[in-house]
Design a protein around this ligand. Structure first.
Ligand code: SAH
Ligand code: DHB
Ligand code: MG
Length: 231
């Protein structure tokens, strides 16, 4: 086989997969373009990852989805499309400008009636959801500041229904998570997430490494066991 640098091959294979399983989608492409025009960082999930989140939410039979970290709503659109007509998605974003771009993208995607964007620090907004007595979520996608990952995971665990699914993005980070000496708060946050996955009896978890246009990273997945006291 011809020698091709690994990263080039990973991107080519991602494109190959995308060509087969994610048909051209003007709505999603327009959202990405709107994000770029507005100067948002291009750190949204890829098309194949978005489709994967969408399929997971469908497999979970999700009717209520929580997303932490909206950016321009690219992943939000994929997740909202997994909901039934009376489903609901709440997505949390700290940057008003990101939320504004996302709002327009969700509108154009025809999912604005399913998805509510709340603006503020996710920890504050989760506290507010608590005070409002929010109903349990079936699916939680954690994709905001990695240093607060442990708090987001703890909240997700106590507000997911038994059998609910929790997905955490960016848990590999070029492999830095295995560097014991690394003191980057994002890496420390992610390592703490893995400790929680390892010790929390109410979660059954795994993580998968990914390569492609976003480099070398990974997702963690957890299912809340049926023994969860919350019903
Ligand atoms: N899920 C998106 C990408 C999210 S990028 C997608 O795949 O399309 C991470 C987002 O989290 C950024 O928009 C960032 O502004 C937001 N964020 C960072 N810290 C946050 C915090 N403390 N509370 C809420 N949102 C936060
Ligand atoms: C970054 C954040 C993400 O959520 C992501 O998927 C990729 C990169 C970042 O902050 O660099
Ligand atoms: Mg991410």
């Amino acid at each position: 086989m011809e020698k091709i640098p690994p990263q080039e091959r990973w991107v080519a294979v991602e494109q190959y997969i995308a060509n087969h399983v994610t048909p051209p989608d003007p709505v999603l492409e327009a959202a990405r373009e709107a994000n770029a025009s507005a100067g948002l960082p291009s750190i949204d999930v890829t098309a194949t990852e978005g489709k994967f989140l969408h399929l997971l939410a469908r497999l979970a039979g999700a009717r209520r989805i929580l997303e932490i970290g909206t950016l321009g709503g690219y992943s939000t659109i994929w997740l909202a499309r997994a909901l039934p007509a009376d489903g609901r998605l709440i997505t949390l974003e700290i940057e008003p400008k990101h939320a504004e771009v996302a709002r327009a993208n969700l509108e154009k995607a025809g999912v604005a009636h399913l998805a509510e964007i709340r603006v503020g620090r996710a920890l504050d907004l989760l506290g507010e959801l608590d005070r409002q007595g929010t109903e349990p979520f079936d699916f939680v996608f954690i994709d905001a500041d990695k240093s607060n990952g442990p708090s987001y995971l703890a909240w997700a665990l106590s507000h997911a229904r038994p059998g609910g699914v929790i997905v955490v993005d960016n848990v590999v980070r070029d492999g830095y998570i295995v560097d014991d000496g690394n003191t980057d708060p994002d890496i420390l946050g992610t390592r703490r997430v893995f400790e929680m996955l390892s010790t929390e009896p109410r979660l059954s978890a795994t993580a998968l490494q990914t390569v492609g246009s976003k480099g070398y990273d990974g997702f963690a997945f957890a299912v809340v066991t049926e023994e969860n006291g919350r019903r």
